[in-house]
Design a protein around this ligand. Structure first.
Ligand code: E4P
Length: 218
């Protein structure tokens, strides 16, 4: 199970990369807008790609196939870690197929149904990104979609990796693992939450207090 960080915040990316906790990064236009200010997003993308040793999803913003392909080429040229992210639309699927034919890796995003996931796999996507939290937000069962995609991909032997996205809390991460997702992408706060348990804190406090009674050093 690969863990990606879902952010464009370089401080958080460096903190997680230094701890060797992440296998890659996913970004989207909203995440970039949060941190870019007046900076050129392409500079930020390059810094992110240099900060991690793994795939970094960079999203196109064109809506027609030719624009997506042109943007995808530029994004892929930023760094060898770049993976082109395209939306799951008719144009996005066409762009996916064209970019894959040119040797690029593609993450198809904004997936909300198993039939969409099937089409992305047939278009040669390296990753499919089902948005679990946004389905939950509309009273749906986001995790059920991960389960269905796993089954369909296994039934037909698709190599596309299931990248559980829009995860909002640690239980989403655990459930993604149980459903057989290949990767999950987490906002930084969820990654840090995964390291914590109140019994760990309490246990450590006791160990240290008991050790102090020895007055010894290691
Ligand atoms: C995935 O690639 C997206 O960037 C992200 O997971 C969306 O999450 P949100 O629904 O919390 O915005």
């Amino acid at each position: 199970m690969k863990i990606f960080l879902d952010t464009a915040d370089l401080g958080e990316i460096r903190r997680a990369a230094e701890a060797n906790l992440i296998d890659g990064i996913t970004t989207n236009p909203s995440l970039v807008a949060k941190v870019a200010g007046k900076r050129d997003p392409k500079e930020i993308y390059l810094e992110i790609c240099r900060a991690v040793n793994g795939p970094v999803s960079l999203e196109v913003v064109g809506v027609d196939k030719d624009t997506m392909v042109a943007e995808g080429r530029k994004l892929a040229a930023i760094h060898e870690n770049a993976v082109v992210k395209v939306p799951l639309t008719e144009a996005g699927l066409k762009a996916c197929r064209a970019l894959v034919a040119e040797g690029m890796r593609v993450n198809v995003t904004l997936c909300f149904s198993v039939s969409q996931a099937l089409l992305a796999a047939k278009a040669g996507a390296s990753y499919i990104s089902p948005f679990v939290g946004r389905i939950d937000d509309t009273s749906g069962e986001g995790m059920h979609l991960i389960h269905q995609i796993r089954q369909v991909y296994d039934n037909y032997g698709f190599a596309t990796e299931i990248l559980a996205a829009s995860l909002r809390h640690p239980v989403h991460v655990v459930e993604s693992m149980m459903m057989g997702a290949d990767c999950c992408t987490l906002p930084p706060n969820v990654l840090w939450q995964l390291t914590k348990h109140p019994l760990t804190d309490r246990g450590l406090e006791t160990f240290l207090k008991d050790w102090e009674t020895l007055g010894a050093r290691i």
